[in-house]
Design a protein around this ligand. Structure first.
Ligand code: NAD
Ligand code: ZN
Length: 243
């Protein structure tokens, strides 16, 4: 299948789903995990920072890492690929963004139907799950995590850590949407982190055309009807913009 054929498919498609990963945000300057572990953090693995055990062992350290990443996200801007996806919304009966990213850039670009499989780094909530949630980063200190005003436990970042389960309602909606889509675009994901990495094969089995956009080979290439070895900011406007 060629890029021109996928453009034609998209012209006729009613339902489209897009799965995005860290590579979607690379051109906005949001580092992937590996790239975020530089400077002060170069001696750490993600497993030492992005797990419930790591947070309980050293809440201030983990909070500080997230605090720096939050600042990076707030400084980043959506790129041409995010904007092309947001502008394409009205062309389809449904265009759902299913993202592994925690940076909120799809919503900031104007996409309205966004499933955040791994949460949002700008949100925080009570570590002891007493129900307290903060959806705005403004009040958050950079040093130690603030205490939950409800129960006194530390607040934690509103993301899904390694070893934690995804929200089952969000995951099952994602599975349903990829199964109903005629075209599924898979953008900037290595395809190694499950269950998100299982969505393209659900789509393929259900009859969707699967297009992978990634400048590097990925574990999902074997499932794709077309692999576009391009970046998100190059390929998405080329696929979705008129002309
Ligand atoms: P990953 O880091 O495993 O893979 C990133 C993929 O993006 C790679 O295959 C790479 O080749 C590709 N890529 C790099 N630049 C690209 C570009 N310009 N255009 C298109 N593709 C490009 O990321 P993942 O698959 O999302 O899984 C890692 C986990 O890390 C996820 O669970 C995610 O929640 C988390 N994470 C999120 C962010 C974020 O919110 N931006 C950042 C770091 C990590
Ligand atoms: Zn609490």
């Amino acid at each position: 299948m060629t890029l021109a054929a996928v453009r034609t498919l998209l012209q006729d498609a009613r339902r489209v789903a897009v799965l995005t990963g860290a590579g979607m945000s690379a051109e906005s300057g949001v580092p992937t995990f590996r790239d975020a572990l530089t400077g002060l953090w170069s001696n750490f693995d993600p497993e030492q920072l992005a797990t419930p055990q790591a947070f309980r062992a050293n809440p201030a350290l983990v909070w500080r890492w997230y605090s720096e990443r939050r600042d990076g996200v707030l400084a980043a801007q959506p790129h041409a690929g995010h904007l092309a996806l947001a502008r394409a919304t009205e062309r389809f009966d449904s265009l759902t963004l299913i993202t592994q990213n925690v940076d909120g850039l799809h919503a900031r670009a104007g996409s309205t139907d966004v499933l955040e499989l791994h949460g949002n780094i700008l949100h925080s909530r009570c570590l002891d799950e007493c129900g307290v949630h903060y959806d705005h980063p403004d009040h958050l200190p950079a040093g130690a995590p603030p205490r939950c005003p409800g129960c006194g436990a530390p607040l934690r970042p509103g993301v899904v850590w390694f070893g934690e389960s995804l929200d089952p309602a969000v995951l099952s909606r994602a599975e349903r949407l990829v199964a109903q889509a005629q075209v599924v675009l898979v953008v900037g994901t290595s395809g190694l982190v499950y269950p998100a990495a299982g969505l393209p094969s659900i789509a393929r089995r259900a009859g969707a055309k699967v297009v992978v956009i990634n400048p590097e080979p990925s574990a999902l290439d074997r499932l794709a009807h077309l692999v576009l070895p391009q970046t998100a900011a190059q390929a998405l406007p080329a696929l979705l913009e008129p002309g």
